[in-house]
Every structure is written in C-alpha cells, then in structure tokens.
Design a protein around this ligand. Structure first.
Ligand code: PLP
Length: 451
C-alpha cells in the first residue's frame, strides 16, 4: 500500500466518483476513510467519528464483524469464483438460497436470483416482471409504476422508475412506459395534505386514476420502497403500503418491494414490507445482506411468481438474464455469515429503540433550530432532517448551508449524509445509546454554527 502522501497527491486525480462533479473533486478531494471499528470510522488525518450513515445505509452489523471477515477469507481460499450460468453452481449460494427462503417465508418469498448489488437486483425484478406476464400470455403488460422521490439505483431500468429527476435528466431518453405517482410525503405533496392517513388515501386514488388512464392490461409492475430512503426518509402512513398492495392485486399488477435499504433489520424488522404487514410479489435486496463487506444482492420472488416460470414453456420462461457475478461464492459466503450474525445479535431489536432515540433527539433539535423544517424517522434506524431557509414558505436551505452543517458535524464527531436539502442518517444497527448521543450533539453543533 502507498503512503499517505501518495494518497493525498493522487486523490481524485485518476478516479471518477459516483454522484459528484469530476472537476470539483479535483479542487476539493473527498475524505479518505482509512479504517473503521464498531460504528466508528477514521480518516487519513486520524480523525475518528461515529458513522451516522453506516457507509451508505449498509454496514448494518458495524465494521468489526469477525465472522464475516473470516467467512470471506475462507471462501477465497476454497473457491474464489465459479459461474452460476447453465450447469454449475456453488455451495454457499445453495445454502444462502435456503436461508433466505427461511428468513423471508413470512413475506411470501420463495426463490432468490442473486446479483452484485441493488441496481442489478432492481434491473432483475423489472425484467422478470415483464417476462412473468409474457409467460402467462399477457403480452401487453410492459409498463411500470413507481413513486416520486423513490430511488431504485442507476441502471437504465432503475433510473427510469427513479422518482428524482436529478438521476434521470442527463441520461434521457430512458425506458418508455414508466409513470411516477405522488409520494406519501406529508411535508410536501401536490394535495397540500398534511394528515398522513388522508394522504395515503389520496395517493392510492391517484394510483387508481393512473392505472385506469393507462389501462391495467398495459402495466407489468409497481415498485416502491417500504420507507423511501435516499429521497429523504419518507415514512408513509401505516396504511399506505397495504393500500398499494390491494390496488396491485385488484389490477393484476406485480408489486415489487425495493428492500435494498429496508431489508435485514434497518426498519426494526427483517423486511420493511413486514413492518407494514404486506406481502409483495418480489423483493429486491442488497446492502445489509452482506453489510457492505462484499458487493452482493438478490431479487426474491414469491412462490406464485416462481411457479409461473417453473411451469412455463422453455422458450418463454427461460431466464436470459444474469451476471458473471450472480451467486458469487464469496458474496454468498459473506451473506450467510452476515445473516447469521445479524440474527445472533438481533440487530433489528437494537434498531428499534436506537431509532426512537435518534428520532426523539432530532425532534428536540427541531424545537431549537429554526432551519429544521421537518424531521422524519421513528421506524428503525433511518432518519432525516429537512433544512429550510424559511419555515413558513418551506424554501429549501441552500446547498452551501447543508455542506457547512455537514462539515461542522463531522469535525464535532459524526458523519451524516446530504441528500437534496436533507441530512440523512442510517447508522450501523449495532450502534450504542452513547454513540447516538454523539451524532445528535455533533448535529446540534453544526446547526448552531450555521443556523
Ligand atoms: N434501491 C434502493 C432502494 C437503494 O437505496 C439503492 C441504493 O442506495 C439501490 C436500489 C441501488 O443499489 P446499488 O447502489 O447497490 O446498486
């Protein structure tokens, strides 16, 4: 490994980063995170902070999970790679498919198709959804519905159903036939409705309206996150996902729950759908499946969807989709160890009280800081504060203000994340009470300095 001087000299010189301007990064190179322990990360300058974002909503078990590290090392020794394409497979992938079926049986999931991450999982779900209808002879069902503010990765399919224009605009034209419905976001919505239950009803009515306008027999699937993450931790009313489920069933539309963030304990339960008492037809998973220790993901389908494929004819029902790294043995071994450790430590059970602590603490900050327009969270360890320049007009705070608050909070001991005019938090699910307090006081410092 090169020394720190080399790292500083070459940082962002030869590498383009996701979600940033390549020129701007030359001016202000990204922080180099060098090591981590528990829920704490340390940068190249030796400054340690509580990781309030769990890497990128993913390091659910924290950074010191030795069994995952050992499982990866052992699997690399035994079989570092073999393809899962026609005719071959590997032991950890078989075992993982069994474990996932056990873990998500109560969500109605039956089979797993493995991918390298969340965008691949979403792409898989969208493609399989279209194919499902074709196998059944329903050739007209090709369109997709999704929610504004939703995030579903950056592949062309995922970007097409993405509900934030920033991820779409420079890459158009995207997939035709994708339609975006109102998000159940009480703070800002086209109905001017602040009551979450009534808003859920209005969003459901808008969905029915769109389906009837498009023609139900043209729509393949509806994709949604049980709690919208990157869009600003938008927590719907408890009735919302059930309403969407009922409408999908009524019109023969497949429901895809994008559980890339909400899966594996983040909401306080093993899936976000279960949190709302809903069984989708498909689930996409990544992030917490390996806690980020290895790039890996899955698209799970229900038994009913699986049966359509398994009983379909060879031409229509063969899956001509997949990746070199589908069912990667090292990823599968990492996922197996991660799931075992997540269950052993009952990280979901810690997510609930620590999530409440974080949410209550953020609400107290709202009482103190005018610049907080809205606080969202309270369902496991996902939270957001929305910064505004004026509480009455709800005008979003300037990007420079968010950056300034972020930087001060970092210096004061916590990493948070900027998403639009939100500061987002999704710490490791093993976080302690004291570490949540550190995040809250670091944010308080940032807001006091720049409010
Ligand atoms: N779906 C959701 C809900 C996500 O939050 C993300 C990433 O944040 C993705 C899909 C894409 O996953 P990945 O970045 O692993 O491709």
């Amino acid at each position: 490994m090169k020394d720190d001087n080399f790292l500083n000299a070459h940082n962002a010189r030869h590498m383009w980063h996701p979600m940033g301007h390549p020129g701007a990064l030359q001016e202000k190179p990204p922080r180099v995170i060098k090591s981590a322990d528990g829920s704490t990360i340390t940068d190249l300058n030796g400054h340690s902070v509580v990781d309030g974002v769990g890497g990128l909503w993913c390091v659910n078990v924290g950074y010191s999970c030795q069994p995952i590290k050992d499982a990866i090392a052992a699997q690399v020794q035994e079989l570092p790679y073999y393809s899962a394409f026609a005719g071959t497979t590997n032991a950890p992938a078989i075992e993982l498919s069994y474990e996932l079926r056990e873990m998500f049986a109560s969500d109605g999931m039956g089979r797993a198709f493995f991918t390298s991450g969340g965008s691949d999982a979403v792409e898989t779900a969208l493609r399989l959804a279209r194919q499902y209808h074709k196998v059944r002879g329903d050739h007209g069902r090709t369109k997709f519905l999704s929610l504004k503010k939703g995030y579903h990765g950056t592949h062309f399919g995922g970007a097409s159903v993405n509900g934030n224009n920033r991820f779409r605009i420079n890459y158009e034209p995207l997939l035709p036939g994708c339609f975006h419905l109102p998000s159940p976001y009480p703070y800002r919505n086209p109905f001017g409705e602040t009551d979450p239950a009534r808003l859920a009803q209005l969003c459901a009515a808008a969905m029915v309206d769109e389906i009837e306008f498009q023609g139900a027999d043209t729509i393949a699937a509806f994709i949604m996150e049980p709690i919208q993450g990157a869009g600003g931790v938008i927590v719907p009313h408890e009735s919302f996902m059930g309403l969407m489920r009922e409408i999908c069933s009524r019109y023969g539309i497949l429901m895809i729950a994008d559980e890339v963030i909400t899966g594996f304990g983040r909401t306080g339960d093993w899936s976000g759908s279960r949190h709302w008492g809903v069984q989708p037809d498909m689930m996409t998973m990544a992030k917490g499946i390996t806690s980020g220790y290895f790039p890996f993901g899955a698209c799970m389908v229900s038994d009913a969807v699986a049966e359509v494929f398994e009983q379909g004819d060879a031409t229509d029902a063969s899956i001509f989709h997949g990746y070199t790294y589908s069912a990667h043995p090292v990823g599968a071994a990492a996922a197996l160890a991660c799931i075992r450790e997540s269950q052993r430590m009952a990280i979901n059970e810690n997510a609930a009280p620590r999530g409440t602590q974080l949410f209550e603490g953020l609400k107290a900050l709202k009482d103190k800081h005018e610049m907080i327009g809205d606080v969202r969270g309270g369902h496991g360890l996902m939270a957001a504060v929305e910064l505004v320049s004026d509480r009455d007009t709800k005008a979003p705070a300037a990007p420079e203000t968010l950056t300034a608050v972020f930087n001060t909070a970092y210096e004061a001991g916590a990493m948070v994340r900027i998403g639009g005019n939100n500061l987002l938090m999704s710490p490791p699910l093993v976080i302690t009470e004291q570490e949540i307090t550190i995040i809250l006081s670091a944010l308080d410092e940032g807001l006091s300095a720049h409010g």
